[in-house]
Design a protein around this ligand. Structure first.
Ligand SMILES: [Zn+2]
Length: 210
């Protein structure tokens, strides 16, 4: 695969999808660069773009992009709630990475969402065989977007082996290491991986010059 093809798979519409897991990709909508934290979900329009970029509201994407939906009070409230949840999920993931269990208060919050918005799906015919597709009617009720996110957070807490839950060695990006050897260190070779290689190279050069 060419470098530009790989890069375009990692970035979709300005969002990073390198987590191999939706809830982790959601955490990665808040990044930190040299200038400080960068919020990739500053408004409801970007929230809609993220769900569409993640392939979660394909059929109803056009409805959600409508200004009336974006500007509704329900959508604004949903964004506020999601961002608070995102940071609690981040703390939980960081705890788990250090071998601790999730806080009971977080599990309670997650369980409330799971019971209020159980995951629903329909079967649709795919290219070669039928496949399941999440069913949500977010155009009618913005809160429906919880169905996918709560399910994914539950999957993250229960199905992803903690040893494979990683934070990039060079930045704040979280990912699920699905590499065969379990030796992935970087969010992306195009971001931190390359930066690390360049600084090692420079260090070696400086050592040779000294
Ligand atoms: Zn990184």
């Amino acid at each position: 695969m060419s470098t530009s093809a790989q890069q375009s798979r990692e970035w979709v519409d300005g969002f990073l999808f390198v987590g191999n897991q939706l809830a982790l990709d959601f955490l990665n909508t808040r990044l930190v660069n040299e200038a400080g934290p960068v919020e990739l979900l500053p408004d409801t329009a970007s929230l809609v773009r993220w769900f569409i970029a993640g392939g979660l509201v394909k059929a109803r994407g056009r409805d959600l992009a409508a200004p009336a939906w974006r500007n509704s009070q329900g959508t604004r409230r949903l964004l506020d709630d999601l961002l608070v949840f995102r940071e609690r999920l981040r703390s939980t993931v960081l705890r788990m990475e250090t071998g601790k269990k999730p806080e009971p208060a977080f599990l309670e919050e997650l369980n409330q969402k799971l019971l209020a918005y159980p995951h629903r799906y329909v079967v649709v015919s795919g290219r070669s065989s039928a496949r399941r597709e999440t069913y949500l009617d977010a155009a009618a009720n913005p809160s429906e977007l919880w169905r996918e996110l709560a399910d994914s957070a539950a999957h993250l807490l229960t199905d992803v082996p903690v040893a494979r839950l990683r934070k990039c060695e060079g930045c704040v990006v979280n990912f699920y290491d699905i590499s065969k050897k379990g030796s992935r260190c970087w969010c992306s070779m195009h971001l931190c991986g390359n930066r690390a290689k360049v600084s090692t190279y420079r260090r070696k050069q400086r050592a040779q010059e000294a």
